[in-house]
Design a binder for this molecule. Structure first.
Ligand code: FA5
Length: 342
């Protein structure tokens, strides 16, 4: 009787083991049949009631059933474990031979790139590149440029004054003053740099922006020289014809003074926020150096003349790449900057 029960249990359990679909189901069967309080344990408990002969027979059968079931369980468990392992390997697979991801190399800011291009051009034309301090004296920023105290031209540039009487330079023109003293005539110099004005910020105005000053002093320098160098500069930068206009402009440090405007390349002259709907962008004020400025720089205006210009470098970058808001240039947004990573 007990033998029949035992072999039926073994057969049914084997069939169940073969049919399970998860490791959890398999474990439940193991506990139910082979566990300490499982069905086989119950059978062996009842063996005490059997005669010694019967006990020998049933005991053998019990061991055989246990062994068969354990083998079947182990086989299925191994299959589940292997499947789980290969799923994990699939998930966590790493190709150790794949090349490393990019190291995120930086690149030169578009302004730096254009500055370098202009420096190369002017160096090839015999100009020296000078650097000047961002904190300047009132004398170099204004007085030496023929803008004495109380001169209305001081109001043309809203100045950040420092408590010690110095200021953040409002333009790169003070480097003209330093250049004249350092190099003496004849001289050809450019001076790129950062300048500061206490101005309302909008699409084309920053409080902190870049200019590139240029000056040439020699015997008989005229407006013709000035125009030649300005044309050379613009065609080197834009590498195509751009529409410019020259109009009289007032700056106390040049006489005559000019404003060289470029037709807005954002709207092609139709009018937009960058050109304040005028179709033109002020880019390159220039002129012949005022005799007073030469004199204050230690150069005899009877013997020498010169031209000077103050390129709006930040605006030039905007025009070259059709950037419609100056704030993008100093915003530090990598999505913007990586477009210029050549
Ligand atoms: C000057 O700063 C003169 N020092 C230039 C000069 C030098 C004239 C030598 C003659 C001889 P201005 O204030 O116009 O000029 O500025 C020069 C250029 O800087 C402008 O044409 C413009 O392109 C740029 N600029 C002026 N203000 C800003 C600003 N807030 N944001 C960005 N660019 C500006």
């Amino acid at each position: 009787m007990i033998e029949t029960q035992l072999s039926e249990l073994a057969a049914a359990t084997e069939a169940r083991i073969a049919a399970v679909t998860t490791a959890e189901e398999l474990e439940a069967i193991r506990v139910e049949v082979l566990g300490r309080k499982g069905r086989l344990a119950e059978v062996s408990k009842d063996m005490g009631k059997l005669s010694p002969e019967q006990r020998g027979v049933v005991g053998k059968l019990l061991n055989a059933a246990k062994q068969t079931l354990e083998t079947a369980l182990t086989a299925r468990k191994t299959a589940f474990d292997e499947a789980a392992l290969s799923a994990r390997l699939e998930r966590e697979w790493l190709d150790l031979t794949a090349p490393a991801a990019g190291a995120g190399l930086g690149s030169l800011h578009p302004l730096t790139q254009i500055q370098a291009e202009i420096e190369d051009l002017f160096v090839s034309l015999g100009f020296t590149v000078l650097d000047g301090p961002e904190v300047e004296t009132e004398f170099n920023n204004f007085d030496a440029l023929n803008i004495p105290p109380d001169h209305p031209a001081r109001d043309m540039q809203d100045t950040f004054w420092l408590s010690n009487g110095h200021l953040l330079r409002t333009h790169t023109s003070p480097v003209q003053v330093r250049g004249m003293k350092k190099l003496g005539p004849p001289l050809r110099m450019i001076a790129p740099g950062r300048v500061f004005r206490n101005e309302e910020v909008d699409a084309s105005h920053e409080h902190t922006f870049y200019q590139l000053e240029g000056m040439m002093v020699d015997k008989d320098v005229s407006v013709a020289h000035l125009i030649y160098f300005m044309k050379t500069l613009l065609s080197a930068i834009f590498k195509r014809d751009v529409t410019v206009r020259l109009r009289p402009g007032y700056f106390p440090f040049v006489e005559p003074g000019f404003e060289l405007d470029i037709q807005c390349l954002i709207c092609q002259g139709a009018g937009c926020p960058v050109c304040k709907q005028s179709g033109w962008v002020e880019l390159l004020p220039c002129g012949l150096v005022h005799p007073n400025v030469l004199r204050l720089g230690g150069i005899d205006p009877e013997e020498y003349s010169g031209f000077a210009f103050g390129l709006g470098l930040t605006r030039l970058v905007m025009m070259r790449y059709a950037i419609d808001d100056i704030r993008q240039l100093q915003g530090g947004d990598l999505r913007f900057l990586t477009q210029f990573a050549f």
